[in-house]
Unconditional design. Structure first.
Length: 113
């Protein structure tokens, strides 16, 4: 067996072990918390695996191609560079209004007090 084949088998085996561990963790956490807190039913290993798959589809999705955080950050950087200083300040003001101040900036209410 070649070196690459051994590496491939090792990576696949590692991925299976990690995935089985995550599934077991979801199973135990669900069965510990959800019936006591929300009165839901206890689930099986395969239902936990289904929950992992569903959450991956809804919240993670396939990370193929130019997707994900790096692509989004690059696109926002390009848009930011194309904005005028007035547009940037308007954007910042809108974000402050929606999210509050960030990165050590004082909000208007704190400046007036």
């Amino acid at each position: 067996m070649g070196r690459m084949m051994k590496m491939f088998v090792g990576i696949v085996l590692f991925a299976i072990i990690v995935f089985a561990g995550f599934t077991t963790a979801v199973l135990h956490l669900w069965n510990w918390l959800m019936p006591a807190v929300f009165g839901l039913h206890v689930i099986t290993y395969w239902q936990a695996l289904g929950l992992l798959g569903l959450s991956w589809l809804l919240f993670g999705g396939p990370r193929l191609g130019p997707h994900g955080r790096a692509h989004w950050r690059h696109r926002m950087g390009e848009r930011w560079e194309q904005m005028t200083p007035e547009e940037r300040e308007k954007f910042r003001a809108g974000m402050r209004h929606r999210c509050g101040s960030w990165s050590g900036e004082k909000s208007k209410g704190a400046e007036e007090a």
